[in-house]
Every structure is written in C-alpha cells, then in structure tokens.
Design a protein around this ligand. Structure first.
Ligand SMILES: Cc1cc2nc3c(=O)[nH]c(=O)nc-3n(C[C@H](O)[C@H](O)[C@H](O)COP(=O)(O)OP(=O)(O)OC[C@H]3O[C@@H](n4cnc5c(N)ncnc54)[C@H](O)[C@@H]3O)c2cc1C
Length: 512
C-alpha cells in the first residue's frame, strides 16, 4: 500500500518539504509506511506462517538446498558471514528489499566492535574502515525548567559512528565468497513447512513468482515485522517499543564534532495527544561534516499514543531547530528510522519465544536487546561469538529441535533487568507530572556522577553488574522517594514482581 509524497503535503507539511529534497524521498516514505504497518498488524488475527510438513503443496518444486536460510538481510550478514566463512556452511540470505542496506547507522565503542574480529569475520583494519568518526566522549542531560540539569560526561561509550551499510556490505562479500552461498534481493519470506529433519521455505520474488528451498535451519532475522515472531508469541512479539526517527545531515550551526550527545531532552513531556510522550534527542558526529540526530520516545506497545514513524518524523522536522539549528547550508543526506523493540520477560529467565523446530530467531525478530542505549546491533556484536559457535555445533550434532535451538540466544539476564528501567521512561499523563521522566532521570545522572566512571560506562554499555544496579537504585530512591510511588504506578503489582523475578534470575545466573 503506497502513500505518495504528494498526498502528505497537507497532513505532514514538514515531512513533505524535507523528503521532497531528499534523494529517494519516495522510497523512504514507502519504507516508513511499511514499518508503520506493524501497528495495524498487531490488531489483526495472527497470520499463520509455520505449517506442518503435510501441508506442503504436492506441486512444490524444491529449487535449492542450504545448511541455513536467513530470512532478512541486515544484521543477518554478521551471523551468516561467520557461519559461511568460518564454519563452512552454505547459506542463502533473502531480503524483500536490497540486502545489506540498513535504514539506520550505529554507534558503539571500538573495543566492543573488536568482537567482530574475535569471530574471525573481519580483521582489525577492516573494522577500523567502517568507523566513520571516533570522538572523545559523550554526555547525557535531562531537561530542568530552571536549567539545573546535571550534564553527565562519559568516555568509551558509543563513541564510534559506524557506517552500517559499509559494514554489512563487507559481511555480504564474505558470504558471497563462500562456495555455494547466495544472496537474493527482492525476495520475501512467505511461509515454511516443518519436516522432522529439515524445513522447506517458501519465498516470492518481486513479480510474485514463488520458489521453495530446503534447509536445516531457517534463521528469522526479519526485524520487528517478523511474522514468525508474531506467530510464536501469539500476537504479542513486543511489550514495549521505541519509535525512532532522524537524519544524517550537514550544515548545522552549532554542533560539536568531538562529543556525542547520548541522551538529551529539551522540554517536558509532549501532552498534546494520547497519554503523552517524553521526547528524547540523540546527536552524534558522523564522517566528514555529517551529523546524526535522532528523536525518539519509549512507550507501551498498546498505549493509545500515536506511535507511527510518519507522525514522529513530522514532529522531528518541526522541532529540530529547538535542538540543533539548521544553518544556510543545511543538507539532509539521508533519513534514518525504525521501531526499536523491547520485551518484558515476566519470569526468572527468558519468557519470549525465540525458536521452534529447525527455526531460530536473531536480531530484532528475537527482541532480546535493551532499548535503553544499546539495542539490537550492540546485542548482536556482543553475542556473535557464541551465537555462531553454538549454532554450528547444533547443526553438526543435528540437535535442531526447539528445545535445543532456544538455548542459543542473545538473552542476557542483566540486559533483561535493565530493560525494566525503560518503563519509568514511558510517560503517562494520568499519573505523571509533565517533567516526571526528566526529574527522575536527572536524579539518576546525579547519582551516577557521584560514583566512579565505571558505573556510568557499564550502564550505557549494557554491562551492569547486579550490585552496581542495586547501589544506583537505592541511591536514587534515597534522593528521590517519588520513584517508589512511580514504581507501583508504572510497573503495577505484576510488573513490580516481574522486575524482582528478573533480578533474582540475574542473581541466580551468576551462581550457575
Ligand atoms: C534510528 C536507529 C538507530 C539505531 N542505532 C543503534 C545503535 O547505535 N546501536 C545499536 O545497538 N542499535 C541501534 N539501533 C537498533 C538496530 O538498528 C536494530 O536492532 C537492528 O537494525 C536490527 O537488525 P535486524 O536485522 O534484526 O532487523 P532490521 O534491521 O529491521 O532488518 C530486517 C530485514 O528483514 C527484511 N524483511 C522483513 N520482512 C521480510 C520478509 N517477509 N522477507 C524477507 N525479508 C524481510 C527487511 O527488509 C530488513 O532488511 C538503531 C535503530 C534505529 C531505528
């Protein structure tokens, strides 16, 4: 369902004007509308895409046989590059659009990025070649009306801007260099049929022609729109979301190219519609004169707010000058956008479904990252060594049942516990003062500022230890007792118990 740029002239004038001057503006609008379908899909009955073997049509003609088929061609390339290049599996990667092209860029620290060379996927030189810019450090600050906000500085956190398309392009080349491996553009996953020792995957190309492929493992990396995640999780693949939009641009009047702005709010919650939302900015220097700005907010997946990327982009272009002033040479190089997923595990361990017989989910389809600072890219980079080694072993040992595959996951008990903190950042006008999120986060920044730098680094790199988180939480509660009432209002009784279960699961995981 296509929406023409011309048709949003009246309804989204700021977006219309900006996208009219952007290269491939209409294509980006199409992608945004495609991602926004997520909201209507959630309301529809769950579409079945995993079928038993008996349902495979008799006329199905199998045109290829692969060890692994990846449905989705973004983060998948990091995994597929190792599975083919290091472990020698033949892989097929299909993407409904252009494989190895992302609608976003990534930030990370260099040390974390070096995990990619630990798997043998890239050399250190190759890794350095995808870093568009490295800067000194970054800061976080949440709005206070009287200007008293704490500006928390940190180093070695998200201080490298990664050219996502270059990184993915390099990984794609590694896949294609492996004999027998293949990448198909414009090819959509349709459904699959589970046999006892393999799976048949049905795909369709842009002309609507369908093809059937055989594989030992179907890897679902279709992101937030994954129909497999939707089916396995009975229509609730995410509990929370973080709609995010922005641009890579040049020509701002007032940007600092040596420092990243990791989280910045410039006003109280926007209460114009729905339950309200606390808008947050990020600003990162990129290569040359380019600068990336993002606008986002945290929310419950089923809140009454408008969470569409279309609506958020209109807000972004309208209020961008409040954050960074476009100068007379301002140029938008490309828009960046997506719905960052989050899942609250109501238990001591992972509760989200991330596998089935001969099927495994990675990346945003698995939704095991934290949306707080790092998201799916950071999670994949951290976990890639074991996500590849364990899947290789499972294939060699033919242990490809759901029970075995779901053990191969990027679930991290500390990340699951930390992700609970995003609930405090979901603004609700029924219970919160307009500056509640900022006031609370400002107290967290004051507490972190009093603690040694490793606390802030651990928090913003998803590497927190349980005793560090407890210490921060107790100090915040001492300084800002309002957080105790907010815990009950925002998490509710089940959510509060769930948070405790997550913490207990984290503590127990350290004993194992
Ligand atoms: C603006 C923005 C900035 C971000 N910055 C960071 C960051 O700095 N650090 C970080 O760690 N994370 C960041 N993230 C999160 C990160 O981008 C995601 O976690 C990551 O892109 C997830 O990759 P994925 O491959 O799982 O899903 P996606 O990137 O969503 O890719 C899914 C792919 O599947 C394809 N697809 C979908 N359906 C089908 C189908 N039926 N058949 C075939 N193909 C299909 C799509 O075309 C797409 O190519 C950011 C996110 C956004 C939105």
């Amino acid at each position: 369902m296509s929406l023409l740029l011309e048709n949003i002239k009246e309804s989204h004038p700021y977006l219309y004007s900006a996208f009219s001057s952007v290269e491939q503006g209409q294509l980006h609008l199409d992608h945004i509308c495609e991602l926004d379908q997520y909201w209507s899909v959630l309301k529809k009955p769950v579409r079945k895409v995993i079928f038993p073997a008996a349902d495979l049509p008799a006329e199905a003609n199998i045109v290829g046989d692969y060890d692994l088929i990846y449905a989705g061609g973004t983060l998948s390339f990091l995994h597929a590059g190792v599975m083919s290049g290091k472990y020698g599996h033949n892989v097929l990667v299909v993407d409904r659009h252009e494989p190895a092209k992302s609608t976003r860029d990534w930030n990370i620290s260099r040390n974390e990025l070096l995990n990619l060379s630990a798997t043998g996927l890239f050399t250190e030189n190759e890794i350095d070649s995808v870093i568009g810019r490295r800067y000194r450090g970054g800061w976080v600050a949440f709005y206070k009306p009287d200007g008293s906000q704490k500006k928390l500085f940190m180093e070695n956190v998200l201080d490298c801007a990664v050219d996502a398309d270059r990184l993915l392009g390099m990984a794609k080349e590694k896949v294609l260099a492996t004999p027998g491996s293949k990448v198909l553009a414009g090819t959509s996953f349709v459904c699959c049929y589970q046999f006892s020792d393999h799976i048949i995957v049905k795909v369709s190309d842009r002309s609507g022609s369908v093809f059937y492929y055989k594989t030992r493992v179907l890897v679902d990396v279709m992101g937030i729109l994954s129909p497999i995640a939707m089916q396995l999780n009975e229509g609730v693949p995410q509990t929370h979301v973080c709609p995010t939009v922005g641009t890579t641009s040049s020509g701002f009047d007032d940007v600092d190219f040596d420092t990243g702005e990791i989280l910045v709010s410039t006003g109280p919650a926007d209460t114009a519609s729905g339950r309200g939302r606390q808008l947050i900015w990020e600003g990162f220097p990129a290569s040359g004169s380019q600068y990336i700005t993002y606008l986002f907010f945290y929310d419950e997946v089923d809140s009454p707010n408008d969470k569409s990327l279309l609506g958020l982009f209109e807000t972004y272009f309208r209020i961008l000058p409040d954050y960074k002033k476009p100068g007379k040479d301002f140029v938008i190089h490309r828009p960046v956008y997506g719905i960052i997923p989050a899942y609250f595990h109501d238990g001591f361990n992972r509760t989200r479904e991330i596998a089935d017989d001969h099927i495994i989910l990675f990346g945003d389809a698995a939704s095991l990252g934290s949306p707080l600072t790092f998201c799916g890219f950071g999670s994949m980079v951290r976990n890639l060594p074991h996500l590849t080694a364990d899947l290789d072993r499972a294939i060699r040992e033919n242990s490809l049942s759901k029970a075995n595959l779901e053990k191969i996951s990027a679930y991290e008990p500390n990340v699951a516990s930390m992700a609970n903190l995003m609930k405090y950042m979901c603004y609700n006008s029924a219970t919160d003062e307009p500056n509640f999120v900022n006031d609370l986060m400002n107290e967290v920044m004051i507490v972190l500022d009093d603690l040694p730098p490793r606390y802030r680094q651990a928090m913003f790199r998803d590497e927190m230890k349980i005793e560090e988180l407890m210490s921060i939480m107790l100090r915040v509660a001492w300084r800002y007792p309002r957080v105790l009432r907010a815990t009950f209002e925002k998490l509710g009784f089940p959510g509060s118990i769930g948070f405790v279960k997550n913490l207990a699961g984290w503590a127990f995981s350290l004993l194992r």
